[in-house]
Design a protein around this ligand. Structure first.
Ligand SMILES: Nc1ncnc2c1ncn2[C@@H]1O[C@H](COP(=O)(O)OP(=O)(O)OP(=O)(O)O)[C@@H](O)[C@H]1O
Length: 307
C-alpha cells in the first residue's frame, strides 16, 4: 500500500469521554489531506497520537508503514510537525531558535536556516526575540522549524492560525509547492473548510472524535446543495402558480426558493411559465451552498447535532 500516514481504529478517552473514537484514515504520498473539525472535535489529540506524543487507548498509527510507538526514533528524521501554538524560546532570536533546531536535528548545512527563513519571509526578523514576534510571525517560525530538515511528511495543526490573509496565501502556496514539486505528504488540521478546500486534495471531517466523511476535494462541488431563487413583484401569486404546476416552492425573505433537481436544471422553464402567467421574474438565480454551510450541515446530519 502507498499510504504514508495511516491510522487504524485510533481511540483515546479523557476521563471516560472519547476525544478520538475508532478513527481510521490514510494519506498517500504527495497528497495534502485536510483534517477538518470544530474546536474540540479531536484533531489535536489525533495528531498527538500520530506523532507518538500520547499513547492511544487502542488502535495504532503508522508512518511510512512503520508503527508509531515510543521506540520509533528513526521515523522522526523524515517528519516535520507543528502542534497547536508552536513553542519557541521567547528570549532567543528567530535565528537562535532555528540554530537550536538545526543542531538538535543534526543538520550539517548551516545555509538551511537562511533558506527556510527566506521561504517563510522571516529574514527581516532574524534578530528579533521570538517572544516579541507577532502571532503570525510566531506561526511562521513554527513552520520554519517544521521545515528546516526538508521532511518527507509534514503534520500541521491549524498552521494558519494568527496569519493575516496575505500570510495565509503565502503558506498555502508554500505547502502546495512542497507537495507538487518535492512529493511531500501533508496532513493539515483546520476548522475552516473554505481554507482547506483551496489547499488539499482530500478532506476528512471529524466530529466528536469520529471520522464522519471523507471526500476528494474535486467532488466537493457536486456535494454542495443548490437552489433556485426566484424574485417576482407578487411572490404569493407566483408561488401559487408554481405549486399549481407541480413545483415545490418555499417562501423566504429573499424570494421563492426551489430545491428540486429538475427546477435547478431548467430555470428557463420556470421563467417562461411565469412570463406566460404575466408575472415575469425580476431575478432568477441558481444559488450554491457555501463550504462552511456544507460543513455544518454534514456535522448536523451525520453527527446528530453540532455540540
Ligand atoms: N489532556 C486532556 N485532558 C482532558 N481532556 C482533553 C485533553 N486533551 C483534549 N481533551 C478533550 O478532548 C476533546 C478533543 O480535543 P482536541 O484538542 O483533540 O480537539 P481539537 O479538534 O484539536 O480542538 P481545538 O481546535 O480546539 O484544539 C475535547 O473535548 C478536549 O476538551
Amino acid at each position: 500500500m502507498n499510504a504514508i500516514i495511516r491510522t487504524e481504529g485510533l481511540t483515546k478517552h479523557f476521563r471516560n469521554n472519547p476525544a478520538v473514537d475508532g478513527l481510521s484514515l490514510h494519506v498517500n504520498k504527495g497528497e495534502i489531506y485536510g483534517f477538518l473539525g470544530l474546536n474540540g472535535a479531536g484533531k489535536t489529540t489525533t495528531i498527538r497520537m500520530l506523532l507518538g506524543m500520547i499513547r492511544p487507548d487502542s488502535g495504532s498509527s503508522y508512518l511510512f508503514g512503520q508503527r508509531v510507538d515510543a521506540g520509533s526514533h528513526k521515523l522522526w528524521a523524515d517528519v516535520g510537525y507543528m502542534v497547536e501554538t508552536p513553542y519557541s524560546y521567547p528570549e532567543l532570536t528567530v535565528l537562535e531558535n532555528l540554530e537550536i533546531i538545526r543542531r538538535l536535528r543534526g543538520i550539517p548545512d548551516r545555509d538551511a536556516i537562511d533558506t527556510v527563513m527566506d521561504k517563510l519571509q522571516l529574514t527581516p526578523y532574524r534578530d528579533r526575540k521570538a517572544g516579541n514576534l507577532s502571532l503570525g510571525n510566531g506561526q511562521r517560525l513554527g513552520l520554519a522549524k517544521a521545515l528546516l530538515h526538508n521532511p518527507k511528511v509534514l503534520i500541521l495543526d491549524e498552521p494558519t492560525n494568527g496569519l493575516d490573509p496575505a500570510g495565509i496565501v503565502e503558506v498555502r502556496q508554500l505547502l502546495l509547492e512542497l507537495a507538487a514539486n518535492h512529493g511531500v505528504t501533508i496532513f493539515i488540521s483546520s476548522h475552516i473548510l473554505g481554507e482547506v478546500a483551496r489547499l488539499t486534495t482530500r478532506i476528512g471531517i471529524v466530529h466528536r472524535g469520529k471520522l464522519l466523511q471523507e471526500t476528494d476535494v474535486k467532488n466537493l462541488q457536486h456535494l454542495l446543495q443548490k437552489r433556485l431563487l426566484v424574485q417576482t413583484r407578487n411572490p404569493e401569486a407566483a408561488r401559487l402558480k408554481l405549486i399549481q404546476e407541480g413545483y415545490q416552492v418555499k417562501m423566504s425573505a429573499d424570494g421563492l426558493l426551489l430545491s428540486e433537481d429538475h427546477s435547478i436544471a431548467n430555470p428557463d422553464r420556470i421563467a417562461k411559465l411565469l412570463v406566460n402567467a404575466h408575472m415575469p421574474p425580476i431575478q432568477l438565480t441558481v444559488q450554491e451552498e457555501d463550504l462552511e454551510t456544507y460543513f455544518l450541515r454534514m456535522i448536523e446530519i451525520e453527527g446528530g447535532s453540532k455540540g
